[in-house]
Ligand binder design. Structure first.
Ligand code: SAM
Ligand code: SF4
Length: 330
């Protein structure tokens, strides 16, 4: 039993934590980063021990699910050590979101280190378009990474696709077919206004989940599943296949009422909501109280009162949150 479950002012239990382990990345996806990025100096980034201490403390406070993200978690040098450590905490679910570029050489080790699940981002199956979206990414590496993850024995692999009109919306049916062939799930995400971007107008590129669903329905039936994903995605089954298609629609279908999660940035800022700036500096507590976890526990418990009722994203492309997604941890 946890020492104390985390509950907010609206009666929501928080049992899911996303930890960002780096702000760095080998890609520069147009919706996530600027082309020229300045990354944080090392002393501002949490150490491996500090991240593990946070994970342990959250677990003691009832966290059942941890996801490692970034930036690109697999470019952090000591990532396997961290996975091994957290893999030993007995979590119900221990997952990672990755761009997949390092999976060809790392999938097997990650599985052996105790990671349960992988979400792999894939926005295009066309080499040139993939390059234009990620700026620096190589499609074949990611496709090899997906195969490596399947071969390493990961189950519940999920692809994440951010849909943008004029960039990859015409590939939606192909991406669904690809997921079907691989026997994995795919989730389509509406782009969120995080950070100032230069290469497309978010308002013009916005493609709602309903539009994506209508495009898929021209080729496949979608049967709503009753299974609760425990997250913001709504899932549909393609009849005759194991593949589920999910939609994350921060704009068109608000999911805040059932939000069970918080995020910790790579600098140790506890974010209570992706769409709000409320945060609590856990790094100061970690470094100011290196011996016992009492103060850390108390700070996390009290922070729950700051969790806002909902986010307020607009679809006109206006930036409402200045931090980029790589800082936040997607
Ligand atoms: N580098 C890893 C990756 O790409 O999977 C993990 C971090 S990335 C920030 C996590 C997820 O956030 C990715 O699926 C990415 O597509 C998504 N993402 C980034 N910026 C976004 C935005 N502005 N709106 C919606 N999703 C975004
Ligand atoms: Fe890197 Fe992921 Fe952001 Fe793309 S979405 S730039 S892969 S952190």
């Amino acid at each position: 039993m946890p020492e104390k479950a985390l509950t907010d002012r609206f009666g929501r239990t928080v049992n899911y934590v996303r930890l960002s382990v780096t702000d760095r990345c080998d890609f520069r996806c147009v919706y996530c980063m600027a082309e020229e990025m300045t990354f944080l100096p090392r002393q501002q980034v949490l150490t491996l021990e500090e991240i593990a201490r946070l994970a342990r403390t959250f677990t003691a406070l009832g966290t059942e699910k941890i996801r490692l993200t970034g930036g690109e978690p697999l470019v952090r040098r000591d990532i396997l050590e961290l996975v091994r450590e957290i893999g030993g905490y007995g979590l119900k679910d221990f997952a990672m979101t990755t761009n997949g570029s390092q999976l060809p050489q790392m999938a097997d080790d990650l599985r052996k280190a105790g990671l349960h699940r992988l979400n792999i981002s894939l926005d295009s199956l066309d080499e040139d378009k993939f390059r234009r979206i990620t700026r620096t990414g190589k499609l074949s590496q990611v496709l090899d990474g997906i195969d490596a993850a399947c071969e390493a024995g990961f189950t519940g692999i999920k692809l994440n696709t951010v849909v943008m009109k004029g960039r990859n919306d015409e590939e939606i049916p192909d991406l669904v077919d690809f997921a079907r062939r691989k026997g994995i799930d795919i989730t389509f995400i509406e782009e969120m206004p995080l950070g100032e971007i230069s290469e497309h107008d978010r308002g013009e590129a916005f493609c709602s989940s309903d539009e994506v669903r209508d495009i898929i329905l021209q080729k496949h039936d979608l049967v709503a599943t009753t299974k609760d994903s425990g997250g913001p995605a709504r899932y549909y089954q393609i009849p005759g296949s194991s593949t589920r298609v999910g939609f994350i629609s921060p704009h068109s279908h608000n999911f805040c009422a059932t939000c069970n999660r918080v995020r910790v940035t790579v600098e140790g800022r506890l974010l209570l909501c992706l769409g709000n700036e409320h945060s609590v500096d856990l790094r100061r507590v970690l470094r100011g109280h290196p011996v016992t976890d009492d103060k850390l526990r108390e700070t996390i418990i009290n922070a729950m009162d700051l969790k806002p009722e909902r986010h307020h994203f607009s679809t006109n492309g206006e930036v409402q949150i200045l931090r980029f997604m790589n800082m936040t941890g997607g």
